[in-house]
Design a protein. Structure first.
Length: 185
């Protein structure tokens, strides 16, 4: 028997997600997808460009290479462009955090962990998640997220466990299995 199986014997967890949990999960997954697409780079680059243009216009105006009025106009245009970009970035972030409508089935979700991964049976169908395909396991709020390489979460509420200690042991086992899979493959 492997170390993962000894640490947390294979068994099935059964749970239903509440509407609030489903909305939180959808919003968090959308936010992570947006960040993964380079949002932070697109967010910082305009600030750097704006600061460089300010410095460049100020230096040219101070040395007399361009008129003061031209430098002021350039700075005002740069400020307007920067603020428009900032507004667009704000709306992209807001849209990423707005969860899509979540449809849930009547049947509970069943999650079974074994030494090589998780089997997840949802009303939408079954899927298998191998530990080498996982990026990380985290606990946020009362939800345990298992993130795959594509930032598709498998989420288990901590209330599905008999105790908080069982939930903590489950997360520790997930993290250990993911780390072992990363080292070996």
């Amino acid at each position: 028997m492997s170390e993962a199986a000894q640490a947390f014997p294979a068994h099935t967890l059964s749970f239903d997600l509440t509407d609030d949990e489903a909305r939180i999960i959808a919003a968090r997954a959308g936010f992570r997808r947006t960040l993964r697409r380079g949002f932070s780079t697109r967010h910082v680059a305009p600030l750097v460009a704006f600061m460089l243009l300010l410095a460049f216009a100020a230096i040219l105006a101070l040395t007399g290479l361009i008129a003061r009025r031209v430098a002021e106009a350039a700075i005002l245009l740069a400020a307007m462009a920067f603020m428009a970009n900032r507004l667009a970035a704000h709306w992209r972030m807001r849209r990423a955090q707005t969860p899509p409508p979540v449809t849930r089935g009547a049947a509970p979700t069943l999650v079974t962990m074994d030494a090589s991964g998780l089997s997840v049976q949802t009303p939408a169908g079954a899927r298998r998640i191998e530990f080498p395909a996982c990026r990380e396991a985290e606990v946020t709020g009362a939800l345990i997220y298992l993130w795959t390489e594509k930032d598709e979460p498998t989420v288990i509420p901590t209330r599905a466990f008999a105790s908080e200690a069982d939930a903590d042991r489950f997360v520790a086992t997930l993290r250990g299995a993911i780390a072992r899979a990363a080292r070996s493959g």
